[in-house]
Design a protein around this ligand. Structure first.
Ligand code: PSV
Ligand code: MN
Length: 391
């Protein structure tokens, strides 16, 4: 079993961790049945950033915030950037949105109508303009494109139009920027989606060039999928650009990462570490893509980044030398046990000490609860329109 001394050996590596928060996690959200509102929810992107900064303040783990355009449209991105910096965080990935416009009912960048397709491409150009002002590296594209019925449209034609549209968008991104293409196997289209899996995303980004990579959203796989295999393969191919972390029981549930299946999160992080996808020398972006429908949002995000940190620590604790030796010797049970030893190590007391040694609260959940921030925003943010999907 790994010990405290083993933890001390990996503790410097934990300081390399950075997890980007989604601005939309702080707005109201729900299911198709009901969006619940909460007191104190931000009314604009500035308040979302202020809330996200609380997560970083108490954990030291979340230095940047991803924006969603048009949800986070503001008059001056320079002002928003300055506001973020004043709160101790930065602006991160820009997410495009081609799923809330009547024109996109039958598709956006895959649409058969050139006018609509160009409109979707132009939206991405607008996102790149925003990136240039926010200083963002990544343009993340998740598409709702697909069909509901066999025969509804020509899947091959859509794939060709997708390739053509992505090429136009890719041409626009800067030397230090990346196009990150996310996949999802269903919803809102149910017969087929145009980027359903890592293979399609890989094929599309590989055709574009080095600055095009894949986003793996953990919730976007069929039940039982071996996600860590996909992580391994994309890292091996040099095409894993980013993670959208969350967890799911059934579908795209967007629940707190590590809540449904902590062992799966561990296995994913083991492959991340194994494949060089973790830390300051890696370009792989760790992000959350979650919505807190029934629980408090800021502590929900704090819990989430702590879950990632805990599983990262356990993944770093895997005794690689012994594991390699057991694997080479064909010692199946020992190899399995070595991996499980790291998983079953309770790193929480070690992490509490580690945080304190870095001037952070030992228990960030408690520190946030005691800070009174939740009560303050509930009292202050009266009037105006609370942010939510589409706001
Ligand atoms: C929809 O499934 C989704 O959750 C995708 O995962 C995107 O990353 C996110 O929305 C934001 O557009
Ligand atoms: Mn996502």
């Amino acid at each position: 079993m790994p010990t405290k001394a083993d933890f001390d050996r990996i503790s410097d590596r934990l300081a390399e961790q950075a997890i980007e928060l989604p601005s939309w996690a702080f707005g109201n959200s729900g299911t198709r049945f009901r969006v619940f509102s909460q007191p104190g929810v931000p009314r604009d992107p500035f308040e979302k950033i202020a809330d996200a900064a609380q997560v970083h303040k108490h954990t030291g783990l979340a230095p940047t915030v991803a924006l969603h355009i048009p949800w986070d449209k503001v008059d001056s991105y320079g002002d928003l950037r300055k506001h973020a910096e004043d709160h101790g965080v930065g602006l991160g990935t820009i997410n495009s949105n081609t799923f809330q416009d009547e024109d996109y009912k039958l598709g956006s960048v895959t649409h058969v109508d050139d006018r609509i397709r160009q409109k979707a491409i132009d939206h991405h150009f607008e996102c790149i303009d925003v990136m240039n002002e926010t200083g963002s590296r990544d343009l993340k594209i998740w598409l709702a494109d697909g069909t509901n019925y066999p025969g509804q449209d020509d899947m091959r034609g859509r794939q060709d139009r997708l390739a053509d549209s992505l090429a136009k968008i890719y041409e626009r991104i800067g030397e230090n920027q990346r196009l990150v293409l996310e996949y999802k196997f269903f919803e809102p289209a149910f017969y087929h989606t145009d980027v359903p899996d890592w293979g399609t995303s890989y094929a599309q980004v590989a055709a574009l060039g080095d600055r095009a990579v894949v986003c793996l959203d953990t919730g976007h796989h069929a039940p039982g999928t071996n996600i860590e295999f996909i992580v391994m393969q994309l890292l091996r191919l040099g095409k894993l650009g980013s993670f959208d972390f969350n967890s799911r029981f059934y579908a795209d549930d967007d629940l707190i990462v590590g809540a449904a299946d902590p062992f799966q999160l561990f296995r994913i992080l083991v492959e991340v570490v194994r494949g060089g996808g973790y830390g300051k020398d890696s370009d792989v972006a760790f992000m959350l893509d979650q919505c807190h429908n029934i629980e408090d949002k800021i502590p929900g995000q704090i819990r989430s980044v702590l879950n990632v940190q805990e599983m990262t620590a356990r993944a770093l604790l895997v005794d690689r030398d012994r594991l390699g030796a057991a694997q080479r010797a064909g010692n199946v049970l020992e190899a399995h046990e070595i991996l499980n030893d790291a998983f079953y190590t309770d790193v929480r007391p070690f992490l509490a000490e580690w945080r304190e040694s870095r001037g952070l609260p030992a228990d960030p959940m408690k520190a946030y609860a005691e800070s009174g921030y939740g009560a303050t925003i509930a009292a202050d943010r009266v009037g105006g329109n609370q942010a939510g999907w589409g706001a």
